[in-house]
Design a binder for this molecule. Structure first.
Ligand code: GCU
Length: 340
């Protein structure tokens, strides 16, 4: 059955790849690099990838052609990652939450209230040494993370206002498919409904779920703001998106090409992260002007109290996480000291 499923996927892919080149260029002699992600055109992830594509194609004089597949055209993150493992895709952008099924060290990113602020989050993510054991943890599965992309702060959005954690009680809330996200939602007192990103709009619309949680941009780019009434700032997570690569592809690059790809990855990160701040503000403005969604400042402390005990539980059950968790706490401390 598994073999059949795999053959079927490869067959469908072959059709997709030949039938739809999502980018207009076509250099028949070029080596094709395929990148999949789940966001629409114009989203910061896609903008970062356009810079990546441009840099590689120019600097290799067209020896490589990068094809970007947006909108989960080649499947939700989980499926795209499986294709990247087989080498059918060279790169995938997905949320760090999706990597938890490949190595549970990734549970770190789904720990609620891990980072005190965006400053701590950014400083942590920019620390390559700290990220190395995480990024290399899936080498045996054929995947390596090569870069990170900002995905903002996650908050609940719902049909009714969520002013304190008590308002979440019994609500069915979509989470990204990962054990830590389910544990977090249990601790909040809501019922976790794991599902892929592209299913969320319809699930809210037909009331299969009472809401979801994500950054502000989800309200506009994938239009979740059309089907909810409240966006509640409870700020429970900052989960980065990651650029994931197929390991054998990376290993087979010549040192010169490896350098060009590394530079293209750094550029992708830079462009995406700059776009992030700009587009988040634009999304908030659009929601205020054009959508029927009210922004609410929730009582963050009430949320924190419910889930902070999860930290020690996760760290004690997962020893790999401990040094990274402690290092992040000391960055938190550093800024708390400055504030005093
Ligand atoms: C964010 C993130 C995506 C992820 C999505 C989700 O938008 O950038 O990579 O897929 O959340 O909740 O699934």
């Amino acid at each position: 059955m598994k073999k059949f499923k795999f053959t079927f996927i490869i067959f469908m892919l072959a059709i997709l790849f030949t039938a739809c080149n999502p980018n207009d260029t076509a250099n028949t002699n070029a080596t094709i690099i395929r990148v999949s992600h789940g966001q629409p055109l114009g989203h910061p992830d896609n903008e970062g990838l356009l810079a990546f594509k441009d840099y590689i194609e120019k600097n290799t004089n067209g020896r490589y052609e990068v094809l970007i597949y947006p909108n989960a055209l080649l499947g939700a993150s989980k499926n795209a990652l499986e294709l990247c493992q087989t080498g059918a895709l060279e790169f995938v952008i997905c949320s760090a939450s999706n990597m938890e099924t490949f190595n549970d060290i990734y549970a770190i990113f789904s720990m609620p209230y891990l980072f005190d602020s965006e400053k701590v989050y950014h400083e942590t993510m920019k620390n390559k040494e700290m990220m190395k054991p995480i990024y290399d943890s899936t080498l045996n599965s054929g995947l390596k993370v090569v870069g990170w992309l900002d995905a903002g702060t996650r908050n609940f959005y719902t049909q009714k206002p969520i002013r304190t954690v008590e308002d979440l009680k019994g609500l069915k809330i979509r989470v990204q498919p990962s054990p830590t996200n389910v544990a977090m939602m249990d601790a909040f007192g809501a019922a976790a409904v794991p599902m892929s990103f592209s299913e969320v709009y319809t699930a809210i619309q037909n009331r299969t779920i009472d809401g979801a949680e994500n950054n502000e941009m989800a309200l506009t780019t994938v239009k979740h703001g059309e089907v909810v009434k409240y966006y509640n700032y409870n700020k429970h997570q900052m989960v980065p998106d990651l650029l994931v690569a197929n390991v054998s592809f990376l290993e087979n690059l010549s040192p010169e090409d490896k350098k060009i790809f590394d530079e293209a990855i750094a550029l992708c990160e830079k462009v995406e992260q700059e776009e992030w701040g700009k587009q988040t503000q634009e999304a908030i403005d659009t929601v205020k002007e054009k959508m029927n969604v009210e922004f609410i400042e929730s009582d963050v402390l009430s949320f924190k109290e419910k889930v902070l005990p999860l930290h020690e539980k996760i760290v004690s059950q997962n020893k790999k996480i401990e040094p990274i968790y402690r290092a992040i706490q000391s960055i938190n401390e550093k800024y708390r000291e400055v504030k005093k």
